[in-house]
Write a protein that binds this ligand. Sequence first.
Ligand code: UDX
Ligand code: UDX
Length: 456
Amino acid sequence: MTKICCIGAGYVGGPTMAMIAKKCPDVQVMVVDINEERIAAWQTDDLPIYEPGLLDVVQEARGRNLFFSTDVDQGIRDADIVFVSVNTPTKTFGEGAGCASDLQYWELCARRIKEVSTSDKIIVEKSTLPVRTAEAMERVLHSGDNPVHFEVLSNPEFLAEGTAVADLENPDRVLIGGHETGSGQKALQTLVDIYATWIPRERILTANVWSSELSKLTANAFLAQRVSSINAISALCEATGADVADVAHAIGTDSRIGAKFLKASIGFGGSCFKKDILNLVYLCESYGLQAPADYWRQVVAMNEYQETRFVKTMLQSMFNTIAGKRIAIFGFAFKADTGDTRESPAIRVCRELAGEHAEVVVSDPKALDNARLELPDLLDQIEFDEDPYAAAEGAHAIALLTEWKQYKELDFQRIYDSMTKPAFIFDGRNMLDHQALFNIGFEVYSIGKGRKTHLK
Ligand code: UDX
Ligand code: UDX
């Protein structure tokens, strides 16, 4: 029986391993993590991350061939294949601060693997890493006198949060990078065979390790670039009276451009886009490629502009003062169907509103615990209320920041009646029926569309 160990039971490691265990009952999957609370939660039905459909997958395999443990050493020792899926945040100190990846957890894992292993293993990079990390890891793994052989593969994860189960079950592609040596190709084939249990062979792409590592950074950079591109156009739409949804539709019907990922918004968030682009920027710079570095950095700059622009619009439309005004935030997660708030645009929006001395009330169906963690210094200034009706009561304005489906179904007449007038609504996701809101009496602002106002 093949034995897999995955180090890191987070948003990536947890769901990916649960799917492998579900699809491959003959493979034993052990997920280990240094965080005891997280591991304990994976063993209950109150999983540590919110992801639609995930509990069913976990329940099917847990106790059969899917296990969770804090015993990292034992997990490594027993395994034939070790996935490493620990976090690689942007460095906050030293060389490359604010740009490069902090690889300390990754290196610690590599050292641990080297120390405790007593048999040959395949090591799979699941975390998104700078190009040529595998090479550095191989040096660490093969330093010293342990005779064990480690073969490093790159297998970046392309799942998106909120749709992780569907993405894992039916991915556009799986990418595996391996060395072009005999042992590299053998290891690669072992991993291909696991995925081929449920994924059509033609969707399993293979490449060399460096191409695989770079493909992941590039995919995220391209996706983020599309969001920044349409957001750049949204600013122009607001200035000229064009409608960004019409523009997106018109360009999206060109099959060369495609319709997906063209929704203008408050901005992109999530743990990956910004981090991976900055990683790419750092890589370009470290190879002396300043123009490509500047080009990609601009995607992040555009995103920050969009977030700040949203708050400016709020301030200007509410007569240039929001001090003492109650503002209800609908949605704090970085996208719908997740409780994840990492790099959520809501963080900047709430901070800037609080900086203007507004009374901010944050509402979200799944992300309030994480929202509190994002704003530790503002806990006495910001209120949190899961109920959007309660959050909006007496408010001067609502800012919708996450596209939770349930916000579409709210009784906006009831909300309007309970608010201070004039009642403003800022739709940072362009998801509400703006004409209906205007007819109720709201002052309606959205992204990349003309405002609807009753004020003369
Ligand atoms: C993370 C990265 O953000 C992403 O770039 C990468 O592709 C995969 O890993 P995610 O799963 O979302 O993605 O991170 P997170 O939810 O923070 O999970 C990482 C886990 O690793 C945490 O539970 C942490 O406790 C664990 N960890 C970290 C270890 O078990 N050992 C360590 O040494 C460090
Ligand atoms: C992303 C990639 O999609 C995934 O392949 C990779 O593995 C991890 O990073 P994720 O961050 O989970 O996944 O979500 P994604 O759906 O890509 O959305 C990222 C951000 O862009 C969200 O804040 C989302 O609201 C925003 N977005 C997305 C837009 O503003 N407009 C769009 O049209 C699409």
